[in-house]
Design a protein around this ligand. Structure first.
Ligand code: ADP
Ligand code: MG
Length: 579
């Protein structure tokens, strides 16, 4: 239960501001998150981490000398937007390149990848290492599909120490990859978390039972079992992890017992005592253990065990893991940060001047105004259906699809109205709406909608009023953009299942000579039927993948919301055609 908040919509922003005020010794707030408030004596490679908020001390609490240089901070449980990641990384860059590192979640991957593209285009050498420590989220043959949970800490710490030691980007990436290869985690949940202002937890676990293989966004466990004793839990976690010792690992191991948000330290110590004993009995040498909160899931009741497997003799990994660091939430060694100097405050969260609107032809301007009106209707429809989408996403995802679409829809509505009011053409109105959507919504769907609106906007342009064929071509471009960025195909149970039939029907009707309103309405009906049909599918991508079977019987939230958006737009097009 989250008791202390003001307006729930402002929670993440107010939390960030308070955190920065309390942690000025280490960090300063910049648009999109925080960067270090200190500079090292010599420029180094910069490590930028991130993800949604709600996981403290991941991610902002790990910024400081010896660890990360910046953290992109999304809304609660929603990945940061592309612009947030880009802003933090561009500010943190010291001219020696940037390593982006984060948990392997669809929304994070989409947004960090897009930010990486932007940085590379601007000439910044940028690499990515996704953390994939959660053994419960995919089998050993599919390690690249696993989620990142508390193992974030080992990867970030090793990479941050390598940056501090002056390694070049190739080498920082290499050791980060090694740390990830040698890190495994497994967790359990006794109860779900309740987001600020929400009336109920994201999921429930029956009394006396626990979810095994938890996610850190309120995703329920993969299996369920009776709650064991502390020693029993230690046995389950240690056995689960000893079943998969990484290739090349020695017998020396760093255990990290992590509380998920509302398990007491004292309880964790009771469990840890048994973990330590069991590891030793299994022939492991325990090195430098940690017990506490390192990656939480709001106020979720649960715990996870992470093992970082070292070499048989103290070597590179161990040295980097135990090197000094000084951050708000994780410190070690006495001389960490001793050479760091506080840098004067850089750009704060100050507003920027509105972007100028490019010249547009009169037909395109008129169309821009109509698109702004469509987006206002879409925002209203998304407001109305937010709870329903949240419920659908809660079945096998993290429950935030309603809030995400609502935030994105409202931001798109406002940006479109602003651009149209300043005489923008159709293309610019859509592109600005897409940027605003992506920036405010975060998450997988935020990045996808941002990409779709941008592709459609580019295809429509600002010169003339687009005809049906150009709109159909624009929708095809949007569909290709989704498939390119997200890699989903029809049948994976994502919004692609609704987008593909929509674009095909629109293209066919347009070729047959239908007017836009008629063609669009027919295509929207196809999208609605296809979205409903995803009910039968098993999720193969996105957050829902780890709970694939659970998703059977419930349609994909992103497909259902896509169908609502195109239906709503269709109604406005019909009204416009009638008058
Ligand atoms: P998140 O998954 O980051 O919490 P949302 O809950 O807002 O984001 O959106 C979830 C929806 O995003 C899913 O229902 C699915 O339709 C869509 N989605 C997830 N991953 C992909 C992908 N790779 N390609 C296309 N759509 C995706
Ligand atoms: Mg979600």
């Amino acid at each position: 239960m989250t008791r202390l908040f003001n307006d729930p919509d402002d929670f993440a922003a107010e939390m960030t501001a308070g955190f920065a005020a309390a942690s000025a010794r280490w960090v300063r707030a910049v648009p999109g998150g925080v960067v270090r408030s200190t500079a090292a004596a010599e420029p180094t490679v910069s490590l930028v981490v991130g993800g949604g908020s709600g996981h403290y001390p991941a991610f902002a609490g790990l910024v400081g000398p010896g660890l990360a240089h910046g953290a992109a901070m999304g809304n609660i449980f929603a990945s940061p937007s592309t612009q947030q990641v880009h802003s933090v990384a561009a500010t943190a860059d010291q001219g020696r390149g940037v390593l982006l590192s984060y948990g392997n979640y669809a929304g994070d991957v989409l947004n960090f990848d897009a930010a990486q593209e932007r940085l590379r285009t601007a000439g910044v050498d940028c690499r990515t290492l996704v953390v994939t420590d959660d053994v419960s989220s995919a089998g050993p043959q599919e390690r690249d599909r696993r989620r990142g949970i508390a193992g974030d800490l080992t990867v970030f710490k090793v990479a941050g120490a390598a940056c501090e030691a002056g390694h070049d980007l190739d080498d920082v990436e290499r050791v980060a990859r090694l740390a990830n290869d040698r890190t495994r985690s497994l967790g359990v949940a006794f109860g779900g978390c309740t987001l600020p202002g929400a009336g109920e937890p994201l999921f429930d676990v029956p009394a006396g039972r626990m979810g095994v293989g938890l996610g850190i966004h309120g995703e329920p466990g993969i299996d369920e079992a009776d709650v064991p004793t502390a020693a029993g839990l230690a046995g389950l976690l240690v056995d689960g992890l000893l079943a998969e010792v990484p290739d090349g690992a020695g017998a020396r191991v760093v255990p990290i017992l992590n509380g998920l948000g509302s398990v007491k330290y004292e309880e964790l110590f009771v469990v840890y005592g048994a973990v330590h004993r069991l590891l030793t009995e299994a022939g492991c040498e325990v090195v430098d253990p940690e017990v506490g909160e390192f990656c939480t899931s709001f106020d979720m009741a649960g715990a996870s065990l992470t093992l970082l497997w070292l070499d048989d003799t103290p070597g590179e990994l161990e040295q980097l893991w135990s090197a000094p660091c000084d951050t708000p939430a994780f410190r070690r060694g006495r001389d960490a940060g001793q050479h760091a100097v506080t840098v004067p405050g850089g750009p704060g969260a100050a507003g920027t001047a509105p972007l100028p609107v490019p010249e547009a032809g009169p037909g395109s301007r008129e169309c821009g105004t109509r698109i702004a009106a469509v987006l206002a209707d879409v925002a209203a429809a998304l407001d109305e259906h937010a709870d329903e989408f949240g419920r659908l996403d809660r079945v096998a995802g993290d429950g935030d699809h309603g809030i995400g679409m609502q935030r994105g829809g409202r931001a798109a509505r406002d940006a479109a109205a602003d651009a149209a009011g300043r005489g923008a053409g159709a293309g610019t109105v859509l592109r600005r709406a897409g940027e605003a959507w992506g920036d405010r919504a975060g998450g997988a769907s935020g990045a996808i909608w941002a990409g779709m609106l941008a592709a459609l906007g580019t295809a429509l342009g600002d010169d003339t009023a687009p005809d049906t064929a150009r709109v159909a071509a624009g929708v095809s471009a949007a569909e290709r953009a989704v498939e390119r960025s997200g890699g989903a195909a029809v049948g994976d149970k994502t919004m692609v299942d609704a987008i593909v039939p929509f674009h095909r029907a629109l293209a066919a009707r347009s070729e047959a000579g239908d007017d836009l309103a008629t063609a669009w309405a027919a295509a929207a009906r196809e999208a609605t039927t296809a979205a409903e049909a995803t009910r039968e599918l098993r999720a193969r991508l996105g957050r829902a993948r780890a709970h694939g079977d659970r998703s059977i019987g419930t349609p994909d939230p992103g497909a259902v919301s896509f169908a609502l958006v195109v239906r709503t737009a269709g109604e406005r097009l019909r009204e416009a055609a009638e008058c």
